[in-house]
Design a protein around this ligand. Structure first.
Ligand code: TPP
Length: 595
């Protein structure tokens, strides 16, 4: 049997391929992104695509599953909010071929705007939930998930977390199941057309299926692992929390590691609990298991780890004296890594936009969105007042501008989002702004890629995930299609400060309805951009530099200031892209481009 070291995401992709998945759709989002990237490598055997948002991804997968192909939709946890609408109703209809929704949660907010625990979605939306805790289980569970999905005619939520997605461990690979996975389409509007009359009937069906699975002893044995090590303490846990608690206590306690976490098999929990004087529930996030276990054993000890990622030290601290007797270890040395706040890269086109904006700070309130440009919130740009979720950069301004108007505040609201976010949900917000005649400035910061999550293609790129040529959708044409007059649409290369400032001033001067700015310059880290730049970079002429630090105001990480010699210098020649934004600030022409 072949073995490989794989991350959880790679193992999910491998498992999906092995189990005969034919259609996979996702919208990128850390920590889930690599699932689809890895699946696209199997393009001879399946169709893998980036959708414009998670709702669309779920609907593509659902269409394929009902049509008879095993399918999956992958997303980060907040993507589930966008996809919740179809998923809740798909849970009623059931599917035909298996369908798995993958939610990658981010306890500790390493790359997210919140740390919601999507285990609660399983219960709420009525999805079977499997929680793998390492890469082998990622592969095994995704395969089993399709069988379970078809056996119970239910959607399965494969719930991952950052640490499961990104940790690497040894995985035993399997063979690929071939075409027996294709099921004939069995049209049945009473099952699939969710009018109230059908929905009521289907609701009962899904509740019945949940009840059956909750007592399915085969499923319980397959996914729930009991490790009896003697001693008086039993631990109930799931997912990555299992490894943290194991690191803290090793074999000094016994474990019930739940893999099938919705519906929970109460008999399994009861039998395990009955063996021990002391019962701990250790889980990351909301008290999901704790609520169920405490209904069975009210004295179960369940420390709260709602905020932040779990680790052995936190568990030991939370359990206090109890932990010392059981574990005999102190947890010393399990320190936190130092924080390193992210910054806009050297040569990032968004820097030019925010620099121009920072010169007009008294004239606007800024509403950001989610992307690399969110980093414009930091000093020295201080470019935004609010940032919430994808697409909201174009809709919050509608309400916020009403509030400013009501209070006689003459500042404009400027909302901004990137090209991928524009396709995700920004455009529908823009349409609303136009329809409502909102007096706002909306800026699309188009760097021709979904940059923040690692350069995924989107509807504005000419290739898709599988590398095939596809129609490239014009953002400008979409904007003009809303009826915004062309004279209210201002375009600029954001690094060109003359053009950028002119665009900004013109947009701020529009007094009736929506003005749009489109900044257009590709991400500095795109392969083609790096290739075209070659070895060009900037250099500061120390003779000419008087140490005024005007160039430092653009906050480029490639540029530094020598406080002894009192002049600026390009400290990171490799990453300097010679964009010239710093050079534009130098009145003495002390910065020039060199090879
Ligand atoms: C609902 C949701 N889905 C996915 C993400 C993950 N995510 C954060 S930023 C981003 C893409 C931003 O791309 P773009 O708007 O083009 O801006 P760029 O990073 O290129 O500047 C994504 C997919 C998220 N935060 N929320």
């Amino acid at each position: 049997m072949q073995k490989q070291i794989l991350s959880g995401n790679e193992a999910v992709a491998r498992g999906a391929w092995e189990v005969g998945v034919k259609v996979a759709a996702a919208y990128p989002g850390t920590p889930s992104t690599e699932i689809l990237e890895n699946l696209s490598a199997y393009k001879e055997d399946l169709y893998a695509t980036w959708a414009n948002n998670e709702k669309i991804a779920a609907e593509i997968a659902y269409g394929a599953a009902v049509g008879g192909l095993r399918s999956l939709a992958a997303m980060k946890h907040v993507g589930m909010n966008a996809a919740a609408d179809p998923i809740f109703s798909a849970a009623y209809t059931g599917i035909n071929a298996g369908m798995v929704v993958i939610s990658a949660d981010d306890p500790g907010c390493y790359s997210s705007q919140n740390e919601q625990d999507n285990r609660l979605y399983a219960q709420h939306a009525k999805l079977i939930m499997l929680e793998p805790s390492d890469s082998q289980e990622c592969l095994d569970f995704v395969k089993a998930a399709f069988e379970l999905s078809e056996q119970y005619d239910m959607l399965v939520l494969l719930r991952l977390t950052t640490r499961v997605c990104h940790s690497k461990s040894i995985v035993e690979l399997g063979e690929r199941t071939t075409d027996s996975t294709v099921k004939a389409y069995n049209g049945n509007p009473r099952k699939y057309a969710m009018l109230p009359v059908n929905a009521k009937a289907r609701h009962i069906v899904v509740e019945d299926s949940i009840a059956k699975l909750a007592v399915d002893s085969d499923a319980a044995a397959k996914f729930n692992k009991i490790e009896l090590n003697g001693g008086k303490t039993g631990v109930i846990t799931s997912g990555m929390a299992y490894h943290h608690v194991k690191e803290a206590f090793g074999d000094s306690v016994s474990y019930l590691k739940l893999g099938l976490t919705f519906p929970l098999n109460h008999k399994v929990i009861e039998e395990f609990a009955a063996r021990f004087d002391t019962l701990w529930v250790i889980e990351e996030g909301e008290p999901y298991l704790a609520t169920a276990v405490k209904a069975i054993r009210a004295d179960a000890v369940a420390p709260s780890f709602i905020q932040g990622e779990l680790n052995a030290q936190r568990i030991l601290e939370a359990l206090g004296e109890n932990a010392k007797t059981e574990a005999g270890i102190s947890g010393a040395g399990l320190g936190e890594a130092p924080g390193r706040p992210p910054v806009l890269c050297a040569g990032c086109p968004h820097r030019g936009f925010f620099y121009a904006l920072s010169k007009r700070r008294d004239k606007f309130l800024g509403v950001g969105d989610i992307g690399c440009y969110t980093l414009g919130v930091n000093a020295p740009f201080n470019g935004m007042d609010i940032t919430l979720c994808m697409g909201s950069g174009f809709s919050i301004p509608i309400g916020l501008s009403k509030a400013l108007e009501a209070q006689g505040d003459s500042r404009k609201v400027i909302g901004f989002c990137g090209d991928s976010t524009f396709f995700h949900s920004g455009f529908s917000s823009l349409v609303d702004a136009v329809h409502q005649k909102a007096n706002v400035v909306l800026a699309v910061l188009d760097n021709s890629i979904t940059a923040m999550t690692g350069h995924q293609e989107n509807s504005g790129t000419e290739r898709n995930l599988m590398g095939y040529e596809v129609p490239k959708i014009s953002i400008e044409n979409m904007i003009l299609s809303t009826g915004i007059p062309a004279e209210n649409v201002f375009k600029a290369d954001p690094v060109d400060q003359k053009a950028m400032t002119a665009a900004l001033d013109s947009a701020l001067a529009v007094s009736d309805g929506v003005a749009v700015i489109i900044t257009k310059r590709p991400c500095a880290l795109l392969k083609d951009v790096i290739k075209a730049r070659g070895t060009r970079h900037c250099e500061v002429d120390a003779e000419k530099c008087v140490g005024c630090k005007a160039c430092m105001k653009v906050a480029c990480p490639a540029l530094a200031f020598d406080s002894e010699k009192k002049h600026a210098y390009v400290a990171d020649v490799v990453n300097c892209t010679a964009c010239g934004l710093c050079a534009q600030q130098c009145k003495l022409n002390a910065i020039r481009e060199v090879e």
